[in-house]
Design a protein around this ligand. Sequence first.
Ligand code: COA
Length: 164
Amino acid sequence: MYRGFSLRRAAQTDAMFLGDMLVEAANWRAGGVRPRHEVLTSAEHRRYLAGWKRSADDGLVATGEDDVPVGAAWYRVLPQNAPGFGFVGVAVPELIIGVHPLWRARGVGRTLLRGVVELAGSQGHSRISLSVERDNFARNLYRAEGFVVVGQGSARDTMVRATT
Ligand SMILES: CC(C)(COP(=O)(O)OP(=O)(O)OC[C@H]1O[C@@H](n2cnc3c(N)ncnc32)[C@H](O)[C@@H]1OP(=O)(O)O)[C@@H](O)C(=O)NCCC(=O)NCCS
C-alpha cells in the first residue's frame, strides 16, 4: 500500500529534527506556543534529547518524498536520579514521539510507534514506557497499541508495554 512515507533508523545527525518533534510533543495542545529554545533548554524536556545520540539512545525517523523528515519516535534510558515523566524503572527506556502537523492522521504516528517498540525489543529492552497528558488523544493511540497505564499523576499517565 502506498503510504507516502517510510521509516529509517534515527542518526546522530537527526538531532535538529528530533528537537522539532520534541517541541511538537511539548506543544501538543491546540494553541501550545512554548518557543523552541525554551522547550529545548527546560529541565523537564532537555533530558529527552541533550547529547543525542548516546549509546543507549535509538529511534526511527519517518520520511516523506525526497527523504524529508516528517515524524520521529525515539527512546532514551534515563537514570533514576534524573528520571523522565514516564520513568518506571532502571534501564526501561522512555519513548518520545512527534509527527509534523501537516502529516498527522495519516498513519505516521501509529507506524512509528509500532516500529520503535519493535526496535527497542531488538535492542534487548523487554519493556518501554511513556508519559502522556490524560486529555491528549495520543493516549488512545497508545492504548490501542498495547500500552497500559501503570501510574497516574495529577494530569499525566505513565504507560508501559512489553516489546514482545
Ligand atoms: C500523537 C501523534 C504522534 C500521532 O501521530 P499521527 O501520525 O497523527 O497518528 P496516526 O495518523 O497514526 O493516527 C493514530 C490514531 O489517532 C487518531 N487521530 C489522529 N489525529 C487525531 C486527532 N487530532 N484527534 C483524535 N484522534 C486522532 C487517528 O484517527 C488514528 O486512529 P485510527 O487509526 O483508529 O483512525 C501526532 O498527532 C503528534 O505529533 N501530536 C503532537 C505531539 C504529541 O502529542 N506527542 C505525544 C506526546 S505524549
